[in-house]
Design a protein around this ligand. Structure first.
Ligand code: GLC
Length: 440
């Protein structure tokens, strides 16, 4: 190397050592294991999952953010000694969820309030050591899921409103923690020890679903969450375990799925998805059945099964999963209003699931009339607006036959110069009228 080059190189090395730690030390390459790739495929094929937000916050009946309302964390924690969900029955939960047609469950193992819903050794603030109930509900649920053959995923909060070692940031500022005790190294060790438990003691786990890193200003590079090391730990414990992170930005290396909160990919009505681009990873949209994630006593405004089915269909039309939330009651039961809509979704999926599970985004993107999904050469045109009389198909689509999915009645179509038009029958009852196309 000549002198000029070597000076340049040393200058570059010096400069790079002066650059502040990157936004998150999670750059670099990530090669998913073969079993991880297979798990991704299965994840997408499942299309529909149920999200469960349950914790001691459910007792207050005001959603999972209750502690954030300037409430003292020590005072809040006293509720744990009153937590006795006498009607919790993992068998009933899993059966009701399977009945809805959902193929996986994602449950809050520990939400922002910092209370752990399993028998963790990392803190006594947990359902076994901290409540008179004393049962490890994650264990009961994991055993039941494995028995009934449905995938279990764990939501895990990156932020914590109770622990002193979690550096106070945007939220939970007035829960009475001692700011002088902030110690991210200690908190990071705590999280990783908990994740190790979750991935060691509960059998195969489908995914770890992170949430809350948006609490710190990580975008400007000021806060290093050290995701890389954490993600490696997860993949080393269970290579097939998928990592998703609800950070609202484009996925980082090490992540296996991309999450969208309260919006379908590419949409931003709720304001969370402005900074994310759609990646090549499996996609998942999470949303609520009423307006809240955790049990909200005053919100009985559940979306109808027809509305929920159309949302699921639209997600499938974009090649995305729907993770639909239920907030169980403090007594441990799933709200009857939720079960009612879920059962109707299950009835619909029983008949029409072939057009949803294991499909890909179809050749016709969402339109005013509906959307499409696809399975090989079979295209499913989902007409969600019952007023629709005609559907224009893209010119490139080589149509052989068109018929109703329900009873295989032929659907008339005419070929124009640039496009083919489907002519729909008058009555299109139900949430979704499906026309199947056989293509060349
Ligand atoms: C938000 C909320 C959280 C909820 C999550 C679910 O990030 O902070 O309470 O669990 O969305 O998507």
């Amino acid at each position: 190397m000549n002198r000029k080059k070597s000076i340049l190189l040393s200058a570059l090395l010096l400069a790079s050592s002066l650059v502040p730690a990157s936004a998150n030390s999670n750059e670099g390459t990530y090669t998913p294991a073969p079993e991880n790739l297979e798990a991704r495929r299965q994840f997408s094929a499942n299309r529909f999952g149920i999200f469960i937000h349950w914790g001691i916050y459910s007792m207050f009946g005001q959603g999972e953010w209750y502690l954030n309302n300037n409430i003292n964390a020590e005072e809040y924690a006293k509720a744990a000694r009153g937590f006795y969900p006498a009607d919790f029955d993992a068998e009933k939960w899993v059966s009701a969820i399977k009945r809805s047609g959902a193929r996986y469950i994602t449950i809050t193992s520990r939400h922002h309030d910092g209370f752990s819903m399993w028998d963790t050794e990392q803190s006594a603030y947990n359902i076994v050591d901290g409540t008179p109930f004393g049962r490890d509900i994650l264990k009961e649920l994991a055993d039941e899921c494995h028995k009934q053959g449905i995938t279990l995923n764990f939501y895990y909060s990156h932020l914590d409103w109770t622990r002193d070692d979690y550096p106070i940031a945007m939220t939970g500022q007035n829960t009475g923690r001692d700011r002088s005790k902030a110690d991210f190294d200690s908190y990071y060790r705590f999280m990783n020890a908990q994740l190790r438990e979750l991935l060691t003691n509960y059998g195969p786990i489908g995914a770890i679903w992170f949430d809350g890193m948006w609490d710190q200003d990580f975008k400007g590079g000021n806060f290093d969450w050290r995701l890389g090391e954490q993600y490696d730990l997860i993949h080393s414990l269970q290579p097939a375990c998928l990592i998703g992170n609800n950070h609202h930005v484009t996925p980082f290396p090490g992540e296996d799925i991309q999450i969208f909160e309260r919006d379908l990919p590419g949409q931003n009505t709720a304001g969370w998805n402005g900074d994310s681009e759609i990646s090549q990873l499996p996609l998942e949209t999470c949303n609520t059945m009423n307006g809240m994630w955790g049990y909200q006593i005053s919100d009985q405004n559940y979306k109808s099964s027809d509305e929920l089915i159309r949302y699921l269909v639209k997600a499938a039309g974009m090649g995305a999963n729907l993770l639909l939330n239920v907030g169980p009651q403090p007594n441990g039961e799933l709200p009857a209003a939720a079960i009612e809509q879920l059962t109707k979704m299950g009835d619909w999926l029983e008949v029409n699931g072939e057009t949803i599970y294991d499909t890909q985004a179809g050749p016709i993107e969402e339109q005013e009339w509906g959307t499409s999904t696809q399975r090989g050469k079979r295209v499913f045109v989902h007409i969600l607006n019952p007023e629709t009389r005609e559907v224009t198909l893209p010119a490139g689509l080589k149509l052989k036959k068109a018929f109703t999915f329900a009873d295989k009645t032929p659907v008339r179509f005419t070929r124009g110069k640039d496009a083919t038009t489907l002519h729909l029958p008058e009555a299109t009852p139900g949430p979704d009228f499906i026309v199947e196309l056989e293509t060349k």
